[in-house]
Design a protein around this ligand. Structure first.
Ligand SMILES: *[C@@H]1O[C@H](CO)[C@@H](O)[C@H](O)[C@H]1NC(C)=O
Length: 329
């Protein structure tokens, strides 16, 4: 009697397992972008100039931070020029040099020009901070929400030019909690040999342009005539193999700039025929790049790569406990 119900349970588990497997395959198939075999035509000179690295000048740079070493991972953080509080919190938490003793990780901050101008005190403070920490890179385009696409493309160009010896890079916003331990040990090292043409995060495969003029994400048909977006990884944080930095820079010659940084990267990936990989687990269902705010709980955070929506002091508040006890989960 006990035996038959036991076997029933086993059968149920097997069936559930097979079903999950089939559904995953079907879901992945659906997310597969239609590969466009015809190469799209290059942008006009005028349009390419907006995102061409040749258009802008470095105001602050540290060309050798990546020359004498080959970091396993480079964390690239776009941040507003005046946001020194976020930079300090990151330097003391997930961006701390030497965080994982045997893995070389480099954290760099990427800023544009403050709207107050180059002779403002914000600029002076930034230069002082840059001297002290040697981790701020600045170009002379105006730092604004609409210019984040320019910033991301400059990040790609910087990596391709100055940091080809690295293995992986991550673009991550300054208001994000990053579980570098999980990212390095489980996803990257634990994921097998070094990958190429690899980009992962929270994949959005049913994105559409907002035509509503009042929306923060408004896109006119002139700028983006298609009705849908190709699959892309949410901009809060995404991780990629270093070869993609150069490939994405190249692909940007074919993709008209739009002010949505993450969708833009998705459009470049489509040109390259690279499909972003969703980092999630099915049992239990979990998005490893959490784009909603989750209440802090050590073991919830221990099994995510990122959690979004942090103020600098909140990050500092939880970090001590997280670092102390995440391995006990
Ligand atoms: C983006 O940066 C360029 C170059 O500094 C500037 O001319 C332009 O006004 C900026 N655009 C926005 C929307 O901030």
């Amino acid at each position: 009697m006990l035996n038959t119900s036991y076997w029933r349970l086993v059968k149920l588990f097997i069936i559930a397992g097979v079903l999950t497997f089939v559904v995953t395959i079907l879901l992945n198939k659906k997310a597969q972008p239609k590969t466009d075999l015809s190469t799209p035509s290059p942008l006009s000179q005028e349009l390419y100039q907006v995102i061409s690295p040749e258009t802008y000048k470095y105001l602050l740079n540290h060309v050798s931070v990546c020359k004498e070493r080959s970091p396993f991972l480079v964390l690239m953080v776009p941040v507003a020029p005046a946001d020194g509080l976020s930079r300090d919190a990151i330097r003391k938490t997930w961006g701390r040099p030497g965080l994982i003793s045997n893995v070389d990780i480099l954290t760099l901050f990427y800023v544009g020009l403050p709207k107050e101008g180059q002779s403002s005190h914000i600029q002076q403070d930034l230069e002082k901070e840059s001297k002290e920490h040697a981790d701020i890179i600045q170009m002379d385009f105006l730092d604004s929400y609409h210019n984040l696409t320019i910033k991301s493309m400059m990040i790609m160009d910087w990596l391709a030019t100055h940091c080809q010896g690295a293995s992986y890079a991550m673009k991550v916003d300054s208001d994000v909690f990053v579980n570098v331990f999980y990212l390095v040990n489980k996803l990257l090292v634990g994921g097998g040999p070094l990958r190429h043409k690899y980009i992962t995060g929270s994949v959005i495969s049913d994105g559409r342009p907002r035509r509503d003029r009042k929306s923060k994400w408004h896109l006119s048909e002139d700028i983006y005539p298609e009705d849908t977006f190709p699959p892309y990884v949410s901009g809060a944080g995404y991780v990629f193999s270093i070869d993609l930095a150069n490939r994405i820079s190249w692909a940007s010659r074919f993709v008209r700039p739009i002010p949505l940084e993450d969708v833009y990267v998705g459009l470049c990936l489509r040109v390259l025929g690279v499909r972003p990989v969703y980092s999630r687990t099915l049992l239990p269902p979990r998005n490893l790049f959490e784009i909603n705010r989750l209440d802090y709980e050590t073991c919830t955070y221990a099994t995510r790569v990122i959690v979004t929506g942090f103020k600098p002091d909140e990050l500092l508040d939880i970090w001590g406990d997280f670092q102390k006890s995440h391995l006990t989960c």
